[in-house]
Design a protein around this ligand. Structure first.
Ligand code: LLP
Length: 427
């Protein structure tokens, strides 16, 4: 795991580098990503699930060509959910057969590109899409491996916006009411589709593994029904992503090996009981791999002390580089990293520089009372869904991602410039 230490004069050191030097060289705000930690997490997932399984990194959490190279070197597969992510995956050199394409409204162009490149699987999300993918595969003279995404009826205990396996939602085909079974029938009739498995994703930032366990049971039940009805045994199941990470000290996440153990046991046991050949298992963690590997480095600016209330500490970024607090009420922590301080702690709210009062990065935090403009602050666990959900609100320039490893720092996504912004403005 990532180790942030302090050097003799109190500045934080990550990947062998003093954060003050990182700020000087790359500016702030910046996402600082620990490559060794990223690779270690990939290995932990691979080891936890073993050779009988595949781990697909969910690119939506954060994707760049360097990340694609690391994934490839670590023997990972990659889940993409748009033409843009697919383009980065291919351009980073990920072999197409290790890529899965997701999405509830894939465009014709996206499907054509994916089928044409020979992606390892397309995860079908609707009846219409079954027909569309089959048609495109036939036209391109391919037999496209597909999985069917089902909703298993589990409410993952997480924020409403990111829970996806209950049935009143836009993703997947319901197990209940025979919807998924009908999708299986239709796919099996189409020569240009090769049904390789069933997919389930129950939500995100989940701490309680029982939701995954119920999903595993129900997916294996469907495999049984398919065997009984069609006389075939599907070779794969994918149980999605969603494992939560620690954003603050109160969070107590599960380890990949815990979830791997329970899922493998359930699948083995249920399959043995039903005399099914055990399918190859895959999972799609995004946040749990990249989330903890990065922090955002900000410089403190305006500090407004509201008597009897709290202190508003403004940083040089905000909701444009981390929308999660505003969008999901997400909780983060923050630390002073350019020095140590013996001052009393003060109740602070870390806010951005955008033109609205909901522009909050860390809602409640204690920071030393002598905090001053120019101090560097780090917000940990911003590797997932921060750069990938960053915006240009107020024409902010999206921050760079700087990978650190063994005392060396390398920009893997550069900071945007005003030229980048103006390039799109062609009026
Ligand atoms: N597989 C599928 C089909 C997914 O939809 C997702 C996430 C994942 C895998 C990866 O889930 P993870 O392991 O990263 O939880 N923007 C939200 C999260 C949205 C997740 C969407 N799907 C956030 O910032 O919390």
């Amino acid at each position: 795991a990532r180790t942030v230490t302090r050097n003799a004069d109190g500045a934080a050191v990550v990947g062998g580098l003093d954060v003050r030097h990182l700020a000087e060289e790359f500016g702030t705000p910046a996402y600082i990503l620990d490559e060794a930690d990223f690779r270690a997490r990939c290995r932990a997932w691979k080891e936890a699930f073993g050779t009988g399984a595949d781990v697909f990194y969910a690119g939506k959490a954060f994707l760049s060509r360097a990340v694609v190279r690391w994934l490839q070197e670590e023997g990972m597969n990659l889940d993409v959910c748009s033409a843009g992510e697919l383009a980065v995956a291919l351009s980073g050199g990920m072999p197409a057969d290790r890529i899965a394409l997701h999405g509830n409204n894939k465009s014709t162009e996206e499907i054509e590109r994916a089928v044409g490149e020979g992606v390892g699987r397309i995860v079908l999300d609707s009846f219409e899409e079954i027909v569309r993918v089959a048609h495109i595969a036939r036209k391109l003279g391919r037999r496209q491996p597909v999985q069917i995404r089902v909703t298993v009826g589990v409410e993952a205990h997480t924020h409403e916006f990111i829970a996806t396996a209950h049935e009143d939602q836009k993703f997947g085909l319901a197990l209940s009411g025979g919807v998924a079974a009908e999708a299986v029938r239709r796919v099996l009739k189409l020569d240009s589709l090769e049904l390789i498995g069933i997919h389930s994703h129950i939500g995100s930032q989940i701490f309680d593994t029982s939701g995954f366990e119920v999903a595993a049971h129900r997916v294996v039940d469907l495999l049984k029904e398919i065997r009984d009805e069609h006389g075939i045994e599907l070779p794969e199941i994918d149980l999605g992503g969603g494992l939560g990470i620690a954003y603050t000290a109160d969070d107590d996440p599960r380890e990949p090996r815990e979830i791997a153990k329970s899922l493998r046991e359930i699948v083995s046991r249920e399959c043995a009981a039903a005399r099914l050949t055990e399918p190859r298992l895959s999972v799609e963690p995004g946040r749990a791999i990249v989330g903890p590997t990065a922090f955002t480095l900000y410089e403190a600016g305006t500090i407004k002390r509201l008597d009897g209330l709290r202190t508003y500490v403004s940083v040089d970024g905000g909701m444009s580089d981390n929308i999660r607090t505003a969008l999901y009420d997400a909780e983060y922590s923050v630390a002073l990293v350019s020095r140590t301080s013996d001052a009393e702690p003060m109740l602070a709210r870390v806010v951005g520089k955008h033109c609205e009062s909901g522009d909050i990065v860390v809602k409640d935090a204690f920071l030393p009372a002598d905090l001053a403009p120019g101090d560097l602050l780090a917000v940990p666990a911003t590797g997932a869904y921060c750069r990938s959900m960053a915006s240009n609100y107020n024409h902010a320039l999206r921050p760079p991602v700087v990978a650190v490893r063994d005392g060396e720092a390398k920009v893997i996504v550069r900071r945007e410039t005003e030229d980048d912004l103006l390039r799109l403005d062609v009026g």
